[in-house]
Design a protein around this ligand. Sequence first.
Ligand SMILES: N[C@@H](CCC(=O)N[C@@H](CS)C(=O)NCC(=O)O)C(=O)O
Length: 206
Amino acid sequence: MLKIYHVPGTRSVRPIWLAYELDLEFEIVPIDFSSAYRDSLEWRSISPAGKVPALTDGDIAMFESGAMVEVILDRYGEGRLRPKKGTAESAEYLQWSWFAEATLSRPLGFMRTMKLANAIKQGKEEVGAIAADGEKKARSALEAVEQGLADRDYLLASGFTAADIMTGYSLDLLSHLYALDESYPKTAAYLSRLRARHACEKALIT
Ligand SMILES: N[C@@H](CCC(=O)N[C@@H](CS)C(=O)NCC(=O)O)C(=O)O
C-alpha cells in the first residue's frame, strides 16, 4: 500500500494533495520533525538526506516530493492530471513542475533562515543582504507565475494538473513568509482557487 511519511505543512503536502485528488487509498505516516529524529539511523534509512517527505509503495522507496508526484501519476493516474508525454503541453507541464521546486521554493529557504536569524537578534548587515537577495529571487519567480497565469486559471491552458500541486504548495509556503500583495493579483487569486479545492484544503490540514 502507498505510504506517505508526513509532517503537516511540509512538502509531503504535495503527494498527499495528489493522492486526495486521485481519491486513492493510502496511508499517512506521521513523522517527528525534530532534527534528532531526522538524524536518526531509522529515519536516514528511509530518507538519506534526513528530509521530509518520504514515500514507500511495494517495491519503491522515495525521498523527493516532485518525483513522488510523477510516480504516483505513473502508477495510479490513469492519464489524469498530466498531459500526454512528448506534447508541447507536456513540456510546459514539466517546466512548471521543476520550476516549483528548483526556482520558486529555493529562495524561500534563505528567507526563512534569515527571518529566524533576525528573530534571535543576529541581524548583522550581511544577514540583511542575504535576506534581500532571497526576496528578490522570490519576486522574480512570482513574476514568472504571474505572467504564466495572464490568460488562464491554472498553469496549463487545458486546466488543473499536478504542476499546479507542485507550484501551489510552494506558493502556500511562500504566503506564510511573505504577503502575496496586490503586485501579484493573478497569483493571489490562483492560490485562493487552489486552496478552495477540497483535496488541497484537506492536504493542508492533514
Ligand atoms: N527537494 C526536496 C526538499 C525536501 C525538504 O527540504 N523538506 C523540508 C521540509 S518541507 C525538510 O525536511 N527540511 C528540514 C531540513 O532541511 O533540515 C523535496 O521536494 O522533497
